[in-house]
Design a binder for this molecule. Structure first.
Ligand code: ITT
Length: 195
C-alpha cells in the first residue's frame, strides 16, 4: 500500500526528525523544505494552539496541502509558565543562550518543576483539529547529554534519571509531549481513514 503523504509545517529539523521517527512507518512526512517553502512563518499568537493553527493555516492557504503544525515550549512553574510560547525566542540568541537565561532566572529557586507542552494543529479537508501533549519534569542546574535539541540537556522527565538529551531518541520519542500529541493525531487520522 502507498504511504499516505502528510505535510508537517515546521522549519525545525529536530522536530521534523522526531515526527518522522514517530510516523514514518505509515506516513510519508514532508517538511517545509520538501514542499519548497523556506519562509519563517509568522507566529504572533500568545497561545500554543493559536501559533500552531497560524503555521498550519499559512501552508494550507499558500500551498493547498492538508497539513499539521506543532507549537511547543517549556513551562517552568517557578517562572509562572515562562518561557512558554516564547521558548524559541527566550534570549533572542538561540538555544544555548536560552538555556543560560533560564538557569540564571532559576538561580536560588528551590521549585525546579516544569513541563514541556505541545499543541498540534491539523487542517485536513474542511476540518481543524488540535492535539495536545504534556510531559512533567525537573530543570537541573547544569547541562547533561548530547541528544535532542533546545532545552533537552536540562530537562529530566518524571520517572527517569537522565535528561531528554541523555535518554536518547528512542525513549524521548516514546514519552515526550510531542510523542503524546502525535499519537492522538495518528489515532484521529486512522479513525478518519476508516470512515
Ligand atoms: P517551527 O515553528 O518551525 O516548528 P520552532 O523551533 O520555532 O520551529 P516553536 O515556535 O514551537 O518551534 O518553538 C519551540 C521551542 O520550544 C523550541 O525552539 C525549543 O526551544 C523548545 N522546545 C520545544 N520542544 C522541545 C523539545 O522536545 N525539546 C527541547 N526543547 C523543546
Amino acid at each position: 500500500m502507498m504511504k499516505q503523504r502528510i505535510v508537517f509545517a515546521s522549519n525545525n529539523v529536530h522536530k521534523l526528525e522526531e515526527v518522522k521517527a514517530m510516523l514514518g512507518e505509515e506516513y510519508e512526512v514532508l517538511g517545509l523544505s520538501a514542499i519548497g517553502c523556506e519562509t519563517d512563518i509568522p507566529e504572533t499568537a500568545d497561545t500554543f494552539a493559536g501559533n500552531a493553527l497560524q503555521k498550519a493555516r499559512y501552508i494550507k492557504d499558500h500551498y493547498g496541502y492538508d497539513c499539521f503544525a506543532d507549537d511547543s515550549g517549556l513551562e517552568v512553574d517557578a517562572l509562572n509558565g515562562a518561557p512558554g510560547v516564547y521558548s524559541a525566542r527566550y534570549s533572542g540568541s538561540g538555544s544555548e543562550a536560552n538555556i543560560d537565561k533560564l538557569l540564571y532566572n532559576l538561580t536560588g529557586k528551590t521549585n525546579r518543576s516544569a513541563q514541556f507542552r505541545t499543541v498540534v494543529a491539523l487542517l485536513i479537508g474542511e476540518e481543524t483539529r488540535f492535539f495536545e501533549g504534556v510531559v512533567r519534569g525537573t530543570i537541573i542546574s547544569e547541562r547533561r547529554g548530547q541528544g535532542g535539541f533546545g532545552y533537552d540537556p536540562i530537562f529530566v522527565p518524571d520517572g527517569y534519571e537522565g535528561t531528554f538529551a541523555e535518554l536518547g531518541n528512542e525513549v524521548k520519542n516514546r514519552i515526550s509531549h510531542r510523542a503524546q500529541a502525535v499519537r492522538l493525531l495518528v489515532h484521529y487520522l486512522k479513525g478518519r481513514e476508516a470512515e
